[in-house]
Design a protein around this ligand. Sequence first.
Ligand code: ZN
Length: 225
Amino acid sequence: MDKNKILIDLSHTIENGLITYKGLPAPIICDYLSREKSKKYYEEGTEFQIGKIEMVSNTGTYIDCPFHRYENGKDLSEVDLKHFVDLDALVIRIPHTETKEITEEHLKNIKIRNRAVLIQTGWDEYWNTEKYFEDNPYLTKGAAEFLRNSSVKLVGIDSHNIDDTKGKSRPVHTVLLGADILIVEHLCNLNLLPDKGFSFYAVPPKFKGIGTFPVRAFAKLNNNK
Ligand SMILES: [Zn+2]
């Protein structure tokens, strides 16, 4: 592969039975038409599998569009493709071992305007373990307001939720989605990225009436030469 176009996969693998979010069911991934049963429809040696998936839309590494939070917000089909691709991006590293509460102080004096801001906490190390679901790192309302006022394009995090889930309010979702700023949660591999010099991609399918969906989130490193 062209080394000037290095791709880094930032998505978890979605598997049958693997819970992403505590309290929501795991996906059921199975055959609708198995290879064995398909044989009768085709000539000898020709077979197919047609899969069937039953899942909540908040599964795996997913993107939130405004409709997730707001009835009249844009759903997956209404957000323009340009908001999902080739976003000039950067990583801000705030290890969960240092703090779980990410405030505007962590975001100041960094060039974030018009960029996708990815926050690496390292929480993805607990993916697919009980520890992942509770006491996760999160942004404060003040951090969300700072990001909104800085006109960022998208905010991503490698945590279970970008909000503090201990209470009933979700101010980060409220502030960001209320300003049409997309959110990507359950990212991974952010440690493989440089601090800047890459673009971010996270494209969902084009469903009507759905605000959140799994994405194959990835980064494409820029040509530095
Ligand atoms: Zn969310």
